[in-house]
Design a protein around this ligand. Structure first.
Ligand code: SF4
Length: 280
């Protein structure tokens, strides 16, 4: 069987940096404190379970711990979380992706000089919740063009985007808002890692007989990759988290298989799966 791996797949820069930081912290000599992550470090049950075995526990709230080291994941967190962690005497290991940190800094700076912050993003997404926490949780959060219709005149707007939003939506919303203000500062804060992964998945899916998408079914970027593959070949797209879930019997009938992976799929899992497929 011929197996082709998508040109861009797996860990993005931000997630890779987060994982490396956690592993190097874990391997520090003389580390005598317990490590915790605020929420799962990445959307990958396999990796989270591995981390748990190594003593890194995911907690939902700082109230769940009284001492130790708290790891802030790549999505980032509201400003108040840093303050609370310091008050509790916790050591902070901050793995907020630099692209997300940039958004947090923009909204804080513009909020402080009187701009209304508008975030194009999903209100429930941890990254957006985190960004909103840098402007006193006062941002207007919108994720469709219809929602801009409900916005009346605003004196000064600072517009940013969740890193994974489609650029088309950001442009459309930004154009609409231009007519509702005298002063708009627009920051295209979309990260190209997501778009590149989606484009290379789309291109590969058109070339092969079937696609294997590696990632967690809770990860929105992985689900998006599966959706793209389904739109090209509805009967030949398979989502798996690890090699144990490979639908070998179903895959046997294809000659060329494409493999892609979401942003939280580690390279070692991708490599294992590609090797097994090649053996078929
Ligand atoms: S998708 Fe982009 S912004 Fe998000 S963690 Fe990865 S590199 Fe950072």
């Amino acid at each position: 069987m011929k197996v082709i791996l998508a040109e861009h797949s797996g860990f993005c820069f931000g997630v890779e940096k987060a994982i490396n930081t956690v592993f190097s912290k874990m391997n520090e000599e003389n580390i005598d404190k317990r490590l915790y992550t605020l929420g799962p470090l990445i959307h990958n049950t396999h990796v989270v379970n591995e981390l748990e075995k190594k003593g890194i526990k995911a907690v939902d709230d700082l109230d769940d711990i009284s001492n130790g080291i708290i790891i802030i994941r790549s999505h980032g967190v509201p400003e108040e979380v840093y303050e609370k962690a310091k008050l509790k005497g916790l050591e902070i290991v901050d793995t907020t992706c630099p692209y997300v940190k940039r958004i947090q800094n923009i909204v804080k700076d513009y909020y402080l000089i009187g701009y209304t912050i508008i975030i194009v993003g999903s209100p429930d997404h941890p990254e957006v919740i985190g960004i909103n926490g840098w402007c006193n949780n006062e941002a207007i959060i919108i994720n469709s063009i219809d929602q801009t219709k409900n916005i009346s005149f605003i004196d000064k707007i600072c517009l940013v985007s969740q890193t994974t939003m489609p650029i088309e939506l950001f442009c459309e919303i930004s154009k609409d808002l231009e007519n509702k203000t005298n002063d708009i500062k627009k920051f295209d804060t979309i990260c190209t890692a997501t778009k590149r992964r989606q484009d290379s998945t789309r291109n590969l899916a058109k070339e092969v007989d079937a696609m294997v998408v590696i990632g967690d079914n809770h990860s929105s970027n992985t689900k998006k990759l599966l959706e793209i593959c389904h739109s090209i070949n509805p009967d030949a797209a398979f989502l798996i988290q690890s090699k144990d879930e490979l639908p070998i019997d179903q895959l046997k009938k294809y000659n060329v298989i494409g493999v892609t992976a979401g942003a939280s799929a580690p390279s070692w899992i991708i490599k294992d799966i590609v090797e097994i497929l090649k053996e078929i």
